[in-house]
Design a protein around this ligand. Sequence first.
Ligand SMILES: Nc1ncnc2c1ncn2[C@@H]1O[C@H](COP(=O)(O)OP(=O)(O)OP(=O)(O)O)[C@@H](O)[C@H]1O
Length: 293
Amino acid sequence: MNTDPLLTVSNFSVVYDVDPPVEAVSDVSFTLNRGEILGLAGESGCGKTSLAYGVQRLLKPPAVIPQGSAIFHDESGTDVDMNALSEEEMRRFRWDKASMVFQGAMSSLNPVTKIGKQLADVFTTHRPGMSRAERTRECGDLLDLVGVGRDRLKSYPHELSGGMRQRVMIAMALALKPQLMIMDEPTTALDVLVQREILQQISELRTQFGFSVVFITHDLPLLLEISDRIAIMLQGEIVELDTAANIYHHAQHEYTRKLLGSFPSLTGERGGFVYGRSDDTVAAGAVTGGATS
Ligand SMILES: Nc1ncnc2c1ncn2[C@@H]1O[C@H](COP(=O)(O)OP(=O)(O)OP(=O)(O)O)[C@@H](O)[C@H]1O
């Protein structure tokens, strides 16, 4: 496995300064490797979103970050301390280097604007030198890439299924070829087959472009399918971080075992597990034969 780090998070805490204060993330440290999919699992309220948004500096008051750092090891060789960036630098950084697919992102598409135009707006803002023809070509290429197809450039969001809308959001997050994508429950609202297809797509795109992914969900079986490593969060702390295979076969923490045990779908409708992928991770999907797109 590639152990060239892309992001080093150290002693990171997030507190909501309400009465009494809530320590949503407590002294969390981890490293994300280049090209790696790191799953962040844990039940609702354990602090997954606060951690991901905190690292991206997307939290608003009453959230405060009393301690910790997030260092981005840029492919240019420069280390960027994300806490030291100005608001403006951070805004640019967020799309260019590290993009995000939010929880329920597909409903954040503007309903009265064609999806091609919404995609093109990313380039208009961030690549002002691009000609209109280049923008249209890039947007078409992106829609092809995520399996929506360039013939949908002129479609309105309501003309697309939920899965297709979510793919458009992924296309948007991919637009500037970031090195990191943070995905917060990107497939939760979709049915299982569509989820599978999208996971497969993310995995293929990651192989093609080499970006890293932090994939957040409470759905541990789903993480086992897609992640190289998985971090288990409990009450604001990462209690276990290991390869997907080790999490599945040799969970060390009692809570991880509990979390695994709480998903009957592990051996039920999601299908049995397929072992022995070349990189020794775990992949589910035997029943559906994996995803097609
Ligand atoms: N604005 C806020 N003010 C006060 N407490 C908050 C605020 N936002 C989140 N919290 C608290 O911080 C803790 C962590 O929440 P967070 O949303 O990060 O968890 P999560 O694991 O992402 O949950 P979910 O899967 O439901 O999104 C929870 O106890 C939550 O109630």
